[in-house]
Structures are given as structure tokens and as C-alpha cells.
Write a protein that binds this ligand. Structure first.
Ligand code: ADP
Ligand code: MG
Length: 696
């Protein structure tokens, strides 16, 4: 690509005919470079080969007409009490009235200025004895337009205020004249055929200069898909370049001298699921290779991720290395510790739990880590920040961390450490999205639950039926279970009229459950206060825990068998799924009630119904993405989900899969120069695809 004519940088004003005024109009629409203009695609096409003369049209027909405006006016029909805007148009064969009821939009007035040439499409109806078109689609043509010039298929572009369609078409035409030579795919020439994709340049030209093959929507979409593929391919190649650069770092090739793998198999209290087996194999392969493992393990709550991490730990320890297990909070770290220490104890290994404030004991532990007599250390993420020295850190396991360890990896790197890392998350995201947000990680998925799991029965109720849910809570408590009742807010809010946890805890204690102990847990409580409440709940000294979403991640209370979520419509599906994952962890079957407002929209209702139908986190996240879009799903802008010019992952995720495969094929065929160019282009568009991974 000639640097001089790099269309990604070339400003629009270099196109002949684009002066400062037009440039300003285009800039306002976000069109700055020649490339922007190439990617400014027509909304639709008008097939002018079927343009009719006014004297040929008949009532009931849908027609296309080119005519000149002769007059326009606002009128009022007293009988019908309707206002209308009328225009009369004329061609060489006759005249016709256009009517728009109850709207007088400024653009209509402007469009219907006398002597404007307009292209009209719509249905012809009768008004009295005369023919008319009501609410026709109208496009302003260049005033000098002659009918013969508009015989073909004409692209209709999205409206740019102040710029006529004809002028815009001329500019785009000129852009192609000057710069089409610099227009090329990032796929090296010849490879497009090999990949079985149409030529990028041909497609772009056809979209702007349509022929009869493009008139219908399906073929138009096919051409556009090729452009989306190009965009995704650029993204995927840049990700893979990034991934490669991590892979090139020298890590540890674990040779697993010890017999820990055997111990592992022997010590297993259950039979691994096929999914667990597969994941462990993937981990073994990573750990056996010299480049550092960088793997994300996705699996629903209760799918058994911990045992996979234990297997990884066994491999590391067997090769003489230490392992760090990290969780986001003290409660979770402690839980993690209890979940794994028995396993390692049985193997004769030393596991220590490093709490925040543990006094003198802490020094002893730090010392044992440094000496290497501790094999496994469990703690919060502070584990890395503190000046703790490992004798030989080989593996880091990061649990329940959606922000995946980007921070942790950075800290490790600064310390000059390149241990293998395994990040685990119980927040499944749609596969197509995971290709984007976790693009530079290898992803393993556990998509199978251990046998014998109790299903969670879920029902959606309206506010007025919430007593039914509370009755069920009463039942459940009678049978020795415990309950969660979840609210969206901590305290009363003046802005929104929602129930809040603080008031409701009090109210429920007094009025609905006077004979049970109601506790309160929310995010504004101090950490040790939270911990105290959680502990009381764990020890069954609290029967009902009224809480906010703080209980979302990781907490394990097998005796909690029922959950009521009020204002359920305020939560995202994935969030509801996370919340629901707090129950159904024991041997008893569990129930979840989603209480929603009577005023739900049909879409919101459908959304909640998904929760009744399935407990599969992947299915729920797919649905969540479909209904809310990827950005919304993860809290909009800060989600950092890259924005694509044309691509829309909800609709065309399959193209992303294809692009990923193609990127693998294309990458080895690129020269260093080409790689640099691709990197530069991608960085310009999507700054840092890794930080994208910061999903809150
Ligand atoms: P999560 O994926 O949520 O971290 P855990 O690893 O904590 O899940 O596993 C949840 C529970 O399931 C644990 O009590 C664990 O011992 C048990 N478990 C894990 N794998 C299996 C299996 N293959 N068969 C039976 N129980 C299993
Ligand atoms: Mg877990």
C-alpha cells in the first residue's frame, strides 16, 4: 500500500469537488477519511429501470416516478379534522398530488420547493376522482437530473443534512476515481480465492455502483458480509499477533516428574465429567509447552472448575513449583481454601491461607513461601501486591475474576515472573463475544454439569403475587432450609421508587417472618461486618438473608434452597443467572422466584421467561445478548467491547468465527511489513484489545 495514498488517513477534502463546506458537512456525519467514505454504504437501492410516466400509473399500483415539484401548501380538511401537507408534481405526461397527513416536517418543505426534481416511490390511491400518493418515499435528485441519467439502479445513502443525494453520489464516485487503486484487502493477493471469499474490492465497488445482481436484499447483504468479514479479520489478525507475542515469552515447560497426577486420580472423590477431562487435557498440553499458559476457564456455577485447577496445580507441584490461588474477596479466598486444602493435605502437601490481618503468624507463612516449604498459597489478589517472595512460582490460578487478571499479569511481568496462569469465571458469555473479549486468551469451556445435580425450579410472579413466594419461603424454612431475598437497592432512593434491602429486612422481620431470623447483607457494609453476617448465615444462625447483589459471586451455602428476587426486571439475565447460582448447591431441590412489575413490556416479560426455561448459563447469555446487545449486557461503554463499523456481533457472530479461522490461515503468510501495517491499523481502531477484557 502506497503510504501517500493511505485511504485510512487521507482526509476527505483531497477528493476533487469537496470544498471546506462539503467537508464540514461530511465531517459532521463522522466521515473524515476517504476510507470512511468508502464505508458509507447505501441503505437501499432504487431500481429505476421501472420508472413510470404519470399517465401510465393506475390506482393500487406501487410505482416509481421522477417528477418536478410545481407547488406545495399546507391544507386543513375540516370534516376529517386533519392537517395535511400537499405538493403537486409533474412530468412530461401529467401531474399528481402528494399528501402527508399530520406532519409538516422541515425536510418535507425543503424537499418540495418549486422546481426540485424528486424521485418518488409508493402506492397510488384515489382521492375523489384524482390519483394521489400518500406518504410516498421521496428522494431529492440533483436538480439538473435528466430522466435518462437515472435509468439504472441508484444507491440511496443515509441522509446527510445539507447534502443532496446526487452530490453525495458524485463525491463517492470521484473518491473511487482517485483512490480505488489504494483500496485493497488485508488479505494478501491470491489468498482471497484460497479462503473462498469474494474479492473485497469488487464487493465494495458493487455496493456503491450496483448492477442488477444487487437489487434484492439478500444479495446486498452478501456483499456487505464480505466487508464485515474484512473488518473482523483485521481484528482477529491483530489479536493473534498479540497472542503470539505472549507465546514467544519463555515460560516453564512442566515435565511433571512427580506422581501427583496419579495421586490426583486416586484422590478424586468423584468421576470427572467429560468436559472436565477435556479441559484438564487442554491445561496439560499448555503446561507442557514452553510458552506461558494463558488460559481462561469458563463454566457455570457448580460445573466443577475447582478440580480442574487442582489438576493444574498437581502438574506444577509435581515439577517442583509453587502455586498461588487467588480470589477477589476474603470470604471467597477462605472458601477456596476450605475447598482445596483437604485434597492437598491428603497428598502430603502444604497449603496455607494468607489472610489480610493475621499478625505474627503471617510472617511465618511468608517465610515458608520464600523457603519453598509451602506448596500452595491461597489468598486475595493482594497476594501479588504484597512483597511476598516465592521460591519458585509456577502457576497462578485466579478465581471468579471477570477482570481477568490483566492487572495480575502486569504485576507478575513487572516482577519478572512468567508463571502459567489459569483464570476461572462463572460468567459465561456467548461464544461469539468471547472470541472478541477474550481474544488473546485460550478459552476452555465446561459445558456439562456433574450428574445428579438438582434442577432449580424458577417462576416469574407479579408484584401482587409476591405473598405466594413468601409462603414458599415459609415452607422451605419449615423443612430446615434457608432463604435469600434479593433487592436492587441498598437504601431508599429519592429518585427511583424501588424496594430496598435495608427497609425490607426490617419490614419482613416484623410483619412477614416474625418467627424467623432475618439478616441483612449489602455492599456498603464494612468487610468484616459482611463476613460476620455471611458466617452467621453459613452457621444457620440467620434463616433469611435479605441482600443486594453482593452475594453474586462464589458464595457457597448448600443449605440455602430458595431465593426470591424482587424487581427482577431491573437485573440483567446474566446477573439473574449468577444470583440464582447461589442456590441449588446442596442435595435438596431449590426454588427461585422472580418478582416483576405488572407494567412489564412484552420484551421484558420474554426476557424473564427465559429464566424459567433454562439454567444453562451459555444459553442465557446468548439470549441476553440477543435482547440487549453486547454493549448493554456488560454495562455499555466501559465494557470496552470493540465497536465495529459494520459488524454487529448479535447478528453476524458467525462471520467472526470464520474470520478467526481465516486469521489463523492468513497470519503465517504475512510479511513483517504487512504485520506492522495491520497492527497499526488495528491499534488505530481499537486501541487496546486486551483492556477490552475488563468486563465488570
Ligand atoms: P465451580 O465451577 O462453581 O467452581 P466447584 O468446582 O466448586 O464448581 O464444584 C461444585 C461442587 O461440585 C463441588 O462440591 C465439587 O466437589 C463437586 N464436583 C465437581 N466435579 C464433580 C463431578 N465430576 N462429579 C460430582 N461432583 C463434582
Ligand atoms: Mg468456584
Amino acid at each position: 500500500m502506497e503510504k501517500e495514498n493511505d485511504i485510512t488517513k487521507k482526509q476527505i477534502r483531497y477528493i476533487k469537488g469537496v470544498g471546506p463546506k462539503i467537508a464540514a458537512l461530511l465531517n459532521k456525519k463522522g466521515l473524515n477519511t476517504v476510507e470512511d467514505l468508502f464505508y458509507f454504504l447505501p441503505n437501499r437501492y432504487v431500481d429505476k429501470r421501472s420508472i413510470k410516466n404519470i399517465n401510465e400509473i393506475t390506482e393500487g399500483e406501487t410505482v416509481l416516478i421522477i417528477a418536478k415539484v410545481t407547488s406545495s401548501r399546507s391544507v386543513y380538511f375540516p370534516k376529517a379534522r386533519r392537517r395535511a401537507f400537499e405538493a403537486t408534481v409533474q412530468d412530461s405526461t401529467g401531474s399528481l398530488t402528494l399528501r402527508w397527513f399530520n406532519v409538516v416536517l422541515p425536510y418535507l418543505k425543503e424537499l418540495c420547493i418549486k422546481d426540485n426534481t424528486v424521485l418518488l416511490s409508493g402506492r397510488v390511491t384515489k382521492f375523489g376522482k384524482n390519483l394521489q400518493m400518500v406518504h410516498p418515499e421521496a428522494v431529492l435528485l440533483a436538480s439538473e437530473a435528466k430522466r435518462e441519467e437515472h435509468q439504472g439502479i441508484i444507491p440511496v445513502y443515509p441522509e446527510i443534512s445539507g447534502l443532496k443525494q446526487g452530490t453525495l453520489r458524485n463525491i463517492i464516485n470521484q473518491a473511487f476515481v482517485q483512490y480505488a487503486d489504494s483500496l485493497c484487502s488485508i488479505i494478501p493477493s491470491g489468498l482471497e480465492d484460497l479462503l473462498g471469499v469474494p474479492r473485497f474490492k469488487d464487493m465494495l465497488i458493487k455496493i456503491h455502483f450496483p448492477d442488477e445482481t444487487i437489487v434484492d436484499e439478500a444479495s446486498r447483504q452478501k456483499y456487505i458480509d464480505r466487508l464485515i468479514f474484512e473488518e473482523y479479520l483485521l481484528f482477529q489478525i491483530s489479536l493473534q499477533i498479540k497472542k503470539q507475542s505472549t507465546k514467544n515469552k519463555k515460560g516453564i515447560a512442566f515435565i511433571n516428574k512427580g506422581d501427583y497426577r496419579m495421586f490426583f486420580e486416586k484422590g478424586l472423590p468423584f468421576k470427572l465429567t467429560n468436559a472436565q477431562r477435556r479441559v484438564i487435557e487442554e491445561i496439560e498440553k499448555d503446561m507442557g509447552s514452553e510458552s506461558p499458559m494463558n488460559r481462561l476457564l469458563q463454566g457455570d456455577v457448580g460445573s466443577g472448575k475447582t478440580i480442574c485447577a487442582i489438576a493444574a496445580a498437581c502438574i506444577a507441584i509435581g515439577s517442583g513449583y509453587q502455586v498461588a490461588f487467588m480470589a477477589p474477596t476474603e470470604i471467597l479466598a477462605e472458601q477456596q481454601y476450605f475447598a482445596i486444602h483437604r485434597f492437598f493435605d491428603d497428598m502430603g502437601l502444604t497449603v496455607t491461607y494468607l489472610r489480610g490481618n493475621m499478625g505474627k503468624e503471617r510472617m511465618d507463612i511468608i517465610d515458608s513461601i520464600k523457603r519453598g516449604s509451602t506448596n500452595v498459597v491461597v489468598g486475595t489478589h493482594a497476594l501479588l501486591q504484597d512483597d511476598i517472595e516465592f521460591k519458585s512460582l509456577g502457576l497462578v490460578v485466579i478465581d471468579e475474576q471477570h477482570r481477568f487478571g490483566v492487572m495480575q499479569r502486569k504485576i507478575l511481568k513487572e516482577k519478572g515472573l512468567f508463571p502459567d496462569t489459569l483464570v476461572m469465571t462463572a460468567t459465561p458469555i456467548p461464544r461469539t463475544l468471547s472470541m472478541v473479549v477474550y481474544g488473546d486468551l485460550d478459552v476452555s469451556i465446561i459445558d456439562e454439569m456433574p450428574v445428579g445435580r438438582q434442577k432449580i425450579m424458577t417462576r416469574v410472579f407479579f408484584n401482587r403475587e409476591n405473598h405466594i413466594a413468601f409462603q414458599q419461603v415459609e415452607e422451605e424454612l419449615k423443612n430446615g432450609g434457608q432463604a435469600f431475598i434479593v433487592y436492587p437497592l441498598v437504601e431508599e432512593s429519592q429518585k427511583i421508587d424501588l424496594l430496598n434491602a435495608t427497609n425490607m429486612a426490617e419490614l419482613l422481620q416484623k410483619t412477614v417472618f416474625p418467627n424467623h431470623i432475618v439478616g441483612l447483607l449489602h455492599g456498603r457494609m464494612k468487610p468484616d461486618e459482611k463476613e460476620r453476617v455471611m458466617l452467621l448465615f453459613k452457621k444457620k444462625q440467620i434463616d433469611i438473608l435479605v441482600c443486594t447483589t453482593v452475594i453474586e459471586v462464589g458464595i457457597d451455602i448448600p443449605n440455602a434452597t430458595i431465593m426470591v428476587i424482587e424487581h427482577a426486571e431491573r437485573f440483567g439475565l446474566s446477573q439473574l443467572h449468577q444470583l440464582r447460582g447461589r442456590i441449588g448447591r446442596g442435595s435438596k431441590s431449590s426454588k427461585c422466584f422472580l418478582i416483576a412489575s405488572e407494567k412489564l413490556t412484552p420484551v421484558a416479560k420474554r426476557r424473564l421467561k427465559v429464566m424459567e426455561k433454562t439454567t444453562d448459563g451459555f444459553q442465557i447469555s446468548e439470549e441476553d445478548m440477543r435482547l440487549r446487545g453486547p454493549g448493554e449486557m456488560f454495562g455499555l461503554k466501559q465494557s470496552g467491547i470493540p465497536e465495529f463499523r459494520l459488524g454487529n456481533l448479535v447478528r453476524d457472530g458467525y462471520i467472526m468465527s470464520r474470520a478467526k479461522k481465516a486469521a489463523e490461515q492468513v497470519l503465517p503468510k504475512l510479511s513483517n511489513r504487512e504485520l506492522d501495517q495491520i497492527k497499526e491499523r488495528a491499534d488505530m481502531k481499537w486501541e487496546d484489545p486486551v483492556s477490552v477484557a475488563d468486563i465488570a
